[in-house]
Design a protein around this ligand. Structure first.
Ligand SMILES: Nc1nc2c(ncn2[C@@H]2O[C@H](COP(=O)(O)OP(=O)(O)OP(=O)(O)O)[C@@H](O)[C@H]2O)c(=O)[nH]1
Ligand SMILES: [Mg+2]
Length: 297
């Protein structure tokens, strides 16, 4: 008997949602960085195990948006919550629920969806803090389960899967058995470039950066990818490129290595940098860069 179900992972920026979806699916399909607001779109991660197909959704971290890009990110999270069988609310081992957590819990209540509370990053915490966090959250909602885990160390993942199992119901799978994500290859490639920009550039630069893959041509033994990096200022362009082009070279080399690992084939990567002032508040550019308004998706 085939079973399936949809589960969204929600929480504030930087709690480890993308790290968790990667651990659940067993493949790196969502980019991860130390900087908040790394994820900008909903990302589906699919785990098919035995008769069950679990469909997880990684979401942008919930925050108070200050740009139209931020508005679209938050829309993605809210819409993910409306279409699923259950949510995983992820928090850090901090025994004081913040405004973001409280508003997410309000949303969960208004939708009336079942929820599991996941307390992540237990590897850098202790039992007392984790216990206090559980005590602080337990009265706020009737969570079906509370699971402390470490997404980065892949500890507690099986316990979470066991709990998620209860939301899987009889029905045909939505994806072929070997599918792990709904992201097109071009998007995966552009995200891998953005991941390296997040790692190789500081301050506001990564937040003001978008990547568009303009050419993705698959040959017998190599994929040729040409991508455009858009940033907001000339000075940012200079920093992304770096002295003698060294930073851009580093970004390109590391992104190419990730792509070769993921696609299992050699990659030729050609990167260009362009300035588009204030693109984060320009509806047309946002859509062109892959951040479409929710009603179009
Ligand atoms: N110590 C520790 N760090 C973790 C753990 N899980 C994730 N991290 C780190 O936390 C940071 C943020 O992780 P992400 O997975 O990108 O977080 P996110 O919730 O997807 O963030 P946004 O996409 O910005 O909303 C990264 O530096 C991760 O390596 C964990 O279990 N333990
Ligand atoms: Mg993320």
């Amino acid at each position: 008997m085939k079973k399936t179900g949809f589960v969204a992972i929600i929480g504030r920026p930087n709690v480890g949602k993308s790290t968790l979806i990667n651990a659940l699916v067993g493949e790196k399909l969502a980019i991860v960085s130390r900087k908040p607001q790394t994820t900008r779109n909903k990302i589906t991660g699919i785990l098919t195990s035995g008769e069950t197909q679990y469909v997880f959704m990684d979401t942008p971290g919930m925050h108070m948006p200050r740009t139209k890009l931020g508005d679209r990110m938050v829309e993605q999270t809210v819409s993910a919550m409306s279409g699923v069988d259950a949510v995983i609310l992820m928090v850090e081992p901090i025994p004081h629920p913040g405004d973001i957590e409280l508003s997410l819990i309000e949303k969960i209540k208004s939708l009336g969806i079942p929820a599991i509370l996941v307390i992540n990053k237990t590897d850098k915490s202790d039992a007392v803090k984790v216990g206090d966090t559980i005590k602080a959250y337990a009265p706020l909602y009737g969570f079906d389960a509370v699971i402390p885990l470490s997404a980065a160390k892949k500890r507690g993942i099986d316990a979470l899967l066991k709990e998620v199992d209860r939301y899987m119901t009889e029905g045909n799978w939505f994806f072929p058995e070997d599918t792990i994500t709904d992201q097109p290859e071009r998007v995966i490639a552009s995200e891998m470039i953005r991941e390296q920009i997040l790692r190789c550039c500081d301050d506001e630069i990564p937040h003001g950066t978008a990547v568009v893959v303009e050419e993705f041509s698959e040959g017998k033994s190599i994929i040729r990818i040409r991508a455009q990096i858009y940033c907001e200022r000339n000075s940012h362009k200079g920093i992304i490129i770096g002295k003698n082009g060294e930073n851009l070279k580093r970004i390109g080399t590391r992104a190419r290595e990730s792509m070769e690992k993921f696609f299992g084939i050699k990659v030729f990567l050609d990167l260009w940098v362009k300035v588009k002032e204030n693109w984060r508040n320009n509806e047309v550019l946002l859509s062109g860069f892959g951040y479409r308004p929710e009603e179009d998706n």
